[in-house]
Design a protein around this ligand. Structure first.
Ligand code: COA
Length: 240
């Protein structure tokens, strides 16, 4: 019980401190509709890679690079270390679950996706992914990226390195790498509740392509997508 109070207390404190009151109010609304399903607001972000990308300087002890398939076990594990915020986790994993995550990460690399890491010495302290071609379904609908377009996703910074703008450094590095490989456009997606992701995206040159509201019925993969502003493709198939 005490540990639950500590866990939710620290989540609340972080929400107020880093996300702001609007996000907190949205979280409350989501909680109210939660018996019926989940309500999500997403911003689809777009970056024109034909323009200059400003890559901010990394902290001196940090190296940014692409990861190798044989490093996936240590890369995937950083999200589950003992110091990481458990309340933030999408799921917990046992050894078999961890092996499955590593296998998935390797298979993503086998089809050409790139994992970019920031390392402090031999410690991996951040990972992000650049994905190409066909992505896993979003709300049970397949996603096919057009030629020379890519998707930046799944950023994670270990807790002790948060607040040092590694997310900006790695994201800008990834966009520069995509540009070098001939890609002309990058997408990213930020849940409205992830204010830090939206701020990072703005700083490295993304703009909002569109905003959507998603209602996912309880226990279902699919959902209703309403386009609030701009364009929802290629990630979402909106009702309008
Ligand atoms: C989102 C995430 C990758 C940001 O990583 P980061 O390297 O700390 O990025 P930044 O240093 O730019 O910090 C981002 C924001 O986090 C907040 N922040 C700063 N210090 C923090 C800390 N110690 N703990 C939590 N958040 C902190 C700040 O609001 C900061 O935003 P600002 O500088 O624009 O005000 C990281 O918080 C994370 O791994 N979160 C869990 C996974 C996740 O939600 N990923 C997003 C996928 S789209």
């Amino acid at each position: 019980m005490t540990s639950k109070i500590v866990k939710y207390g620290s989540l609340l404190a972080n929400a107020v401190r880093y996300d702001g009151a609007a996000v907190l109010a949205w979280r409350v609304l989501r909680q109210i509709v939660s018996p019926f399903g989940s309500l999500e607001a997403h911003v689809l972000l777009e970056c024109d890679l034909t323009r200059d990308i400003r890559v901010p300087a990394a902290p001196p002890e940090i190296t940014v690079r692409t990861a190798l398939p044989e490093e996936m076990a240590s890369v995937v594990a950083i999200e589950f270390g003992p110091d990481e915020p458990a309340g933030e986790r999408r799921f917990d994993v046992d050894a078999a679950g961890m092996a499955a995550l590593v296998a998935t990460a390797r298979s993503r690399m086998a089809v050409g996706d790139i994992c970019i890491v920031a390392a402090a010495g031999s410690d991996i302290v951040h990972f992000s992914w650049l994905r190409f071609g066909t992505l896993p379904p979003v709300l049970a609908r397949p996603v096919h990226l057009p030629d020379r377009e890519c998707y930046l996703t799944d950023g994670y910074t270990v807790r002790r390195w948060r607040g040092r703008r590694l997310f900006d450094v790695v994201s800008a590095w990834a966009l520069e790498e995509a540009k070098r490989r001939g890609y002309v456009r990058a997408y990213a997606m930020a849940d409205f509740i992830k204010a830090p992701s939206r701020r990072m995206a703005r700083r490295v040159g993304f703009f909002a392509r569109g905003r959507v509201l998603v209602f996912r019925r309880r226990g279902r993969d699919d959902g209703l997508v309403l386009r609030l502003t701009g364009r929802a493709d290629p990630l979402f198939h909106a009702l309008w």
